[in-house]
Design a protein around this ligand. Structure first.
Ligand SMILES: C[S@@+](CC[C@H](N)C(=O)[O-])C[C@H]1O[C@@H](n2cnc3c(N)ncnc32)[C@H](O)[C@@H]1O
Length: 282
């Protein structure tokens, strides 16, 4: 398939979430476990506005570490609802003030959650995947807030993952395959999505918007390197399943994936953005 046909195919079909646990329960459990170990410390700081007694909603809660942490923070007088399209990991919890709901933020009725009732609605590493529907998802999360309540999202500029040492033997090959993050764009995703959160929040009616971002330079084999390798392998498996894994793409994976296990390969991680905004109108 030519580049042109390839991009045309991707452009016509919203790609959606590429790392579903279906059929790969165990490896996805491991990948999400690593994700939590890497991102939780900063996510705790970014959620430091939560107070005892609050009612919180964690959307696309995954394996649930942030929902569990929120349940501890709000205490027995507070309540947390954790949603996901796949609740199989979340169902392992039995925590009195944590409720699990199978719910698609794009299409399931909000009445099931309690619109206008939450002090804090959070999501992490979810919106990026909802190509072309991010604003809809944000509006629906805003609808869940009580007036005065906060929306907090963390999402990445995933196009920025790239080596930093031009003398490394993988450097040129990597950049040829990665194409400055266009690797994501040909698949229908926005490689610089995370930085758009502040204006999307404002467009959806939020005020008092605060945004910051963070990144590191780490080596292959580090937790970030392992997690990224597993993420690329998961996306490759998904493309293989739905027939979009062209020969050219398979070769790109062959180039990209091994670098993330190589301790001499230093790379820049994605920028991970944290954005919060407040609903001020009823
Ligand atoms: C990358 S994982 C992140 C999990 C969790 N937020 C975390 O950071 O630990 C994205 C999660 O979003 C869920 N998801 C994808 N599309 C969704 C949708 N439309 N509504 C709700 N959850 C969704 C997936 O099932 C997955 O568990």
């Amino acid at each position: 398939m030519s580049d042109h046909q390839d991009s045309a195919k991707s452009a016509h079909r919203p790609p959606g979430y590429r790392l579903s646990a279906q059929g790969r329960q165990q490896v996805e459990d491991e990948r999400l476990n690593l994700l939590e170990a890497i991102f939780d410390p900063l996510s705790h700081q970014r959620r430091d506005l939560v107070r005892p007694g609050w009612r919180c909603l964690e959307v696309g809660a995954g394996r649930g570490s942030m929902a569990r942490w929120l349940a501890q923070q709000v205490g027995e007088k507070g309540r947390v609802i954790a949603t996901d399209v796949d609740t199989s990991y979340l169902e392992r919890f039995t925590i009195p003030n944590l409720e699990i709901r199978r719910h698609d933020i794009l299409s399931d009725p909000l009445d099931e959650l309690g619109p206008g009732s939450f002090d804090l609605v959070c999501a992490r590493l979810l919106l990026f995947w909802l190509t072309g529907k991010q604003e809809r998802a944000i509006r629906r999360m805003v609808d869940c807030l009580r007036p005065g309540g906060w929306l907090l999202d963390e999402d990445g500029d995933w196009g920025m993952v790239a080596p930093v040492d031009p003398s490394h033997s993988h450097y040129d090959l990597y950049h040829r395959a990665w194409k400055n993050g266009e690797w994501w764009a040909v698949r229908g995703y926005d490689p610089a999505f995370g930085r758009k959160l502040p204006f999307l929040f404002e467009r959806c009616g939020l005020a008092n918007i605060r945004h910051e971002t963070s990144a590191s330079v780490v080596r292959g084999g580090s937790p970030w390197g392992q997690w990224w390798r597993q993420s690329l392998e998961g996306i490759r498996a998904s493309e293989q399943k739905d027939g979009t894994l062209t020969e050219e793409r398979a070769e790109e994976y062959q180039t990209l994936i091994p670098s993330f296990s190589d301790s001499s390969f230093w790379f820049h991680t994605a920028l991970i953005h944290g954005c919060r905004g407040q609903r001020i109108t009823s």
